[in-house]
Design a protein around this ligand. Sequence first.
Ligand code: AMP
Length: 232
Amino acid sequence: MDIILFGGPGSGKGTQAERLQARLGIAHISSGELFRENIRNTTELGLLAKTYIDQGKLVPDEVTVEMIRARLRHADTEAGVLFDGFPRTLPQARALDDLLTSLSRKIDLVINLSVSDEEIVRRLSGRLICRECEAPFHKEFNPFQSCPENKCNGEFLYQREDDKPETVRERLRVFHQQTTPLIEYYQKKGILVSVDGEGHVEQVTETIMNTLTGLEAGMHSSDPSSPKTAAR
Ligand code: AMP
């Protein structure tokens, strides 16, 4: 299965992707994480991406698509991928369709995590990331208690440069201008499901898992009232 986790900055895509990946056993591709890895390794791509990311802008489509194309060559993606943060523009969505078609695959489902702008600002302004394990925490809602990967002791928490208030405002503007048109793009294809992203983390995961179970049942059924149809 190839699935897109769609949503604004801070909508919980990364958190849900980690949880879903463990349960679905498919690869997780986060474009933001791939950029940050390149920045940490000071690659040419990382240096270029940083100039955009620090301003809350999108990295140009050609660069982003090329990075995803390269990632899709890895064998771990053959059983399916959970895309997180990609695509973010219409040209990226079309490029992804072409990439998957060339692999005789297609996007099966787009999960739109819907979260209000006020909630996004609240979440991002308090978000802290661990330099050691990369896990996200929150000053107020999810303070560090223990490391999910047993790698750190909460000593190296930092605020992402692009989570600073003025950059968050720009990221939201860019999201509404360039990324929300994708909702209509995938709605027209009949593969978009919206999920309330403001519930508890566990609740959101369960809602997504139920949708996926319904989709799988629908794939194996010719009944037009099957959950696949109902979920959409
Ligand atoms: P994220 O971790 O998904 O919030 O991404 C962090 C930043 O990386 C974004 O604000 C963008 O600057 C950049 N980025 C991530 N994914 C994409 C994408 N698909 N297209 C362009 N820029 C991206």
